[in-house]
Design a protein around this ligand. Structure first.
Ligand code: BDR
Ligand code: CA
Length: 300
């Protein structure tokens, strides 16, 4: 298994990403960043998910706001708690006293999987440099259209300055954007497979049912896209998510395009690639690994 740190903002899809990473990778730490909800709420949610799934990995809270912009939360998608749907009991997993950035640093060498705004990861690089960061595999951006403005995806939009630090850091970066995560649709069949797994699977199904309701109302999706586990899947088995090398620029100054990921797929500018960009997902195998992960946590 690959040593990894998961930096996240749970969040319904982050919750499944935590389970997939804990079941399949050598997960050294879970760190949280404000994004889908405030830092306090997403941190509590990480503790709730780990308690429900029997995951004992150090959890540390990180940045409560983006590097320079005010925080914009996604309570319209993830609800008041950031993880609306199931009733979670009180968490029994304690928080690390360390700041997320310090826990990440102590967990290196590792691959960092980032499924929220890139604030903590940018701060890690600014404070400690890049030594020991094998790779950064992130859910964020898009080769095409956005999901929070016409051209920006939410994680990059929330902290574009942090994203710019990450993409220009020289660390190998893999971007799993909306163009691929919109293939990971949680259909009723997937929800039924989760429900059949017992109490943890039922909790996952309840999460997915809430997520489906907001995606239906807000965006007209028939089934919601499970973004964040796609980045975990890429680390687990690169053949699940195929990528091309490309230059990715982050729009930090645009009037209408703040947070857009400008991906040089056509070679117009002749810029050297600075990232691997996901272009396709093996959908049936992706769902098999997600369902297997929940099943494995259920057995543990
Ligand atoms: C991303 O934004 C968040 O709402 C999700 O958790 C995911 O990381 C999708 O744009
Ligand atoms: Ca997320």
């Amino acid at each position: 298994p690959i040593p990894t740190v998961l930096d996240c903002d749970p969040g319904h899809d982050d919750a499944i990403a935590i389970m997939l990473a804990a079941a399949t990778l050598d997960l050294r730490a879970i760190t949280t960043v404000a994004g889908n909800q405030t830092l306090d709420k997403v941190t509590l949610n990480a503790q709730r998910v780990c308690t429900a799934a029997g995951i004992s990995v150090p959890i540390a809270a990180g940045c409560a706001r983006p590097l320079v912009r005010p925080l914009r939360i996604a309570d319209d998608v993830h609800g008041e708690s950031g993880l609306d749907g199931p009733a979670f009991g009180p968490p029994t997993i304690a928080l690390s006293p360390l700041h997320a950035v310090d826990l990440m640093h102590r967990s290196l060498p590792a691959t960092i999987i980032a499924t929220g705004a890139l604030t903590n990861v940018a701060l890690l690089i600014s404070r400690y440099g890049t030594a020991g960061i094998r790779e950064i595999v992130l859910m964020g951006g898009s080769t095409g259209r956005g999901n929070i403005t016409p051209y920006a995806e939410a994680n990059i939009y929330v902290d574009p300055e942090a994203a710019e630090i990450v993409f220009s850091s020289g660390v190998p970066v893999t971007m799993c954007g909306l163009n691929v995560t919109h293939q990971a649709l949680v259909t009723p069949d997937v929800v039924a497979r989760m429900s059949a797994l017992g109490p943890l699977g039922e909790t996952c199904a309840e999460l997915m049912t809430f997520f489906a309701s907001t995606y239906r109302t807000l965006f007209g999706f028939e089934a919601p896209p499970l973004h964040d586990p796609v980045a975990v899947a890429r680390v687990l088995d690169p053949t699940l998510v195929s990528c091309v090398d490309a230059h990715v620029a982050i729009e930090t100054a645009g009037v209408h395009t703040r947070g857009a990921t400008v991906v040089e797929l056509d070679g117009y500018l002749g810029l050297a690639p600075n990232a691997k960009v996901a272009v396709s997902l093996d959908v049936p195998r992706f769902w098999d690994v997600v369902i297997d992960a929940v099943a494995q946590l259920t057995r543990n």
